[in-house]
Design a protein around this ligand. Structure first.
Ligand code: ATP
Ligand code: MG
Length: 197
């Protein structure tokens, strides 16, 4: 058998397996995607999914549970395409030391998130950095999980953030744990506009 024969045989096997899996996956419904872990790319992946959704003419909404000090490039772009953004204007950043103010800000943003999670018009809802709100007990975990589970059938939800709790992983359909291999920041390179935010 030549190398090419071997290659053809191997590829045929892979194709059969993929075709079989495609045939099995017939259910049509919205899904819950959790993108967690310490590596870079969680929020980027969330916004990538929003771009996909909007590109197909569907409605998407973005809720951000952390207020960075930087403007976010995706927001500038996506708001032009009619994507509503709810961001914790005040309150939680890494620097905050006021638990009461953080909880008030988280609760206010969560109320908007619930509206999106009840609205079948939205094909996709991105809950960026939601995991921290659960990790810090800023939002009631049961209420959050229930709202996600009771969303409209055709709506998908993307949740990002480090340290996704087990209960969130359990209710998700897809979970990606992004591993940190290395990061420019730890080598002294400043976060870059247009790359990191
Ligand atoms: P991004 O927004 O680039 O997709 P992320 O959502 O995976 O990153 P976060 O934990 O939300 O990561 O952190 C936000 C910021 O911290 C980004 O500017 C990102 O580049 C940076 N960052 C992400 N992972 C790391 C890491 N392992 N070490 C240092 N900085 C990081
Ligand atoms: Mg992020």
């Amino acid at each position: 058998m030549t190398d090419n024969d071997k290659h053809v045989k191997k590829q045929k096997k892979i194709k059969e397996k993929v075709d079989n899996n495609v045939a099995i996956a017939q259910e049509e419904r919205g899904i819950v995607i959790v993108i967690t872990g310490n590596g870079k790319g969680k929020t980027t992946a969330g916004f990538g999914t929003v771009a996909r959704c909007v590109g197909h003419g569907y409605k998407a909404a973005v809720v951000q549970f952390i207020k960075g000090t930087w403007e976010c490039g995706e927001r500038v772009l996506l708001e032009k395409s009619g994507v509503p953004f709810e961001v914790m204007g005040t309150g939680f950043t890494w620097e905050t030391q006021n638990r009461e103010a953080d909880i008030a800000a988280a609760t206010r943003v969560w109320k908007k998130a619930i509206e999106f999670l009840k609205d079948p018009e939205y094909h996709l809802v991105l809950l960026d950095e939601l995991t921290y709100m659960l990790g810090y007990d800023y939002l009631p975990k049961d209420e959050v999980l229930t709202a996600i589970q009771q969303r409209p059938e055709n709506q998908s939800v993307v949740i990002t953030g480090r340290g996704a709790p087990t209960e969130l992983r359990d209710i998700a359909d897809t979970v990606s744990d992004i591993k940190n291999v290395k990061h420019a920041f730890t080598q002294g390179v400043k976060a870059r506009k247009g790359v990191d935010w």
